[in-house]
Design a protein around this ligand. Structure first.
Ligand SMILES: *Cc1c(COP(=O)(O)O)cnc(C)c1O
Length: 450
């Protein structure tokens, strides 16, 4: 029997799971939907800022917009005075429309189009330059517009030499020379590492602090360093994760399916705590903490968390449309597709157990758990939301809801398409109700065009 992997929850999640609103929305919207908790986004952002304040480090938080397309988070970022990390013209437009000021944007992504660079320069956004030819186009653009471009130079991480992003040592040297000549305000350096290694980030951050020193000798401003995102999210408890990993076998999955690997769904250090750990770390070859080194150098630290700001800031609701018995387990079919659970599209699976919310009270049977996998309402054999036979405490029935928790970071919408003419799941913004009405929640649709 497969082990349970219950997701961490929050008080608002638990209280909404017990509220009639979930079934009502499923009925009213007529299909799957995503729930967004903007208050949790605010709290996550505040935790990051608190870490900077505690450590006495001048820091800035940029929300990496690609983690979710909803308008509400960018709006909350604007109100809270966070920056936003955008990587396309569309993301930039959405961020501006949400009220984020141009100067609070950082534009990342490789080989940015001229259209994107133009708007970025006109808006006074910070531009993370990824390549020399991009820098040349940016300088030409700045001349043409008679504006100074604000630039970060993106460093190719020496630990990830095969990364297609960033400038190597030689390219950085040329880039600095061009920055000295061009109408460019060279504000510093950036990197974005894959993975979640805090130590690696501290080491590379201090290398960029030293690079700032070199750039200043050339007369450049160079007073900030961006360490990108990659702050882990902790989805499930350590013990459950350990048990899952130790006991994992192909027969725990429908059709004996096996996967290349899984996201580390348990992370002992996650979110703002990962930033705290990074700032407290003594980087390789140094004698003091990263925080002290930043202070001494007068360098501002920029972070661009996506997933971590969205921790517990949303979940995804499907309705069970069919229950089919197989040998020792059930195959559920829900009213949506795995396109609303993006992990499946990386030859992997979103592992935290979905929560079964029964349609009505049912006699609690004696012999649970009831293992079941979860398939989509499409004609593809491979379109499974969950291959794993989840040990449900109750026998799932048609009309029950299946709630995948903590999906706001990347899971919800990065791969959604109206495949099979299934409508895209709408996003429902849920907030605590201020007045003491009958329901403790208020809801509205996110205004982002689905
Ligand atoms: C994707 C990305 C981020 C966000 O990464 P998370 O893992 O969601 O924190 C930040 N910065 C850049 C440049 C990115 O490409």
């Amino acid at each position: 029997m497969t082990t349970a992997l219950p997701s961490h929850t929050t008080p608002e999640v638990r209280s909404l799971l017990a509220d009639a609103l979930l079934h009502e929305l499923s009925h009213g919207l007529g299909g799957p939907y995503h729930v967004l908790f903007p208050e949790r986004f605010d709290a996550n952002a505040a935790a990051f800022r608190e870490v900077f304040a505690e450590a006495g480090v001048d820091g800035r938080v940029y929300y990496a917009k690609k983690a979710n397309k909803a308008a509400v988070y960018a709006g909350r970022a604007a109100v809270a005075g966070l920056g936003v990390d955008v990587a396309s013209h569309g993301e930039l437009r959405e961020a501006l429309a949400a009220g984020v000021r141009g100067a609070d944007l950082v534009v990342t992504g490789p080989a940015k189009t001229d259209a994107l660079l133009r708007v970025a320069v006109l808006q006074g956004a910070l531009i993370a330059v990824d390549a020399l030819d991009e820098l040349d186009r940016l300088i030409a653009m700045s001349h043409q517009l008679a504006r100074t471009a604000r630039v970060l130079l993106r460093r190719l991480p020496p630990e990830q030499p095969h990364s297609r992003f960033g400038l190597d040592d030689g390219e950085l040297a040329s880039a600095l020379t061009r920055c000295v000549e061009g109408p460019v305000d060279m504000e510093g350096f950036s990197f974005h590492l894959s993975g979640y290694d805090v130590r690696q980030r501290a080491d590379l951050a201090v290398e960029l602090v030293h690079l700032c020193g070199r750039a200043r000798e050339l007369g450049l401003r160079a007073d900030r360093v961006s360490v990108g995102g990659g702050f882990a999210v902790d989805y499930v408890a350590a013990e459950d994760w350990r048990r899952f990993e130790e006991s994992r076998r192909p027969e725990h999955f429908h059709a004996g399916k096996s996967f290349g690997g899984f996201y580390p769904y348990h992370s002992p250090v996650a979110g703002a705590d990962a930033l705290r750990t990074m700032l407290a770390a003594t980087p390789a070859g140094e004698h003091t903490s990263l925080a002290a080194l930043l202070r001494a150098a007068g360098v501002t630290l920029l972070v661009e968390p996506g997933r971590a700001l969205l921790d517990q800031a949303g979940f995804t609701v499907f309705r069970v449309q069919g229950v089919k018995e197989r040998d020792g387990y059930a195959v559920l079919t829900v009213d949506g597709s795995s396109l609303s659970l993006s992990e499946q599209w990386f030859d992997s699976e979103f592992l935290p157990d979905p929560v079964l919310v029964p349609a009505g009270s049912r006699p609690v049977a004696d012999a649970g758990p009831y293992p079941a996998c979860v398939g989509a309402a499409t004609c593809l054999e491979s379109d499974m939301l969950t291959w794993r036979k989840i040990p449900f405490p109750l026998r799932p029935a048609v009309g029950d809801l299946l709630v995948y928790l903590n999906t706001a970071g990347y899971q919800m919408d990065s791969n959604e398409s109206p495949f099979h003419e299934l409508p895209l799941p709408p996003k429902v913004v849920v907030e605590q109700s201020a007045s003491a009405q009958s329901s403790p929640f208020r809801w509205r649709l996110d205004r982002h065009p689905a």
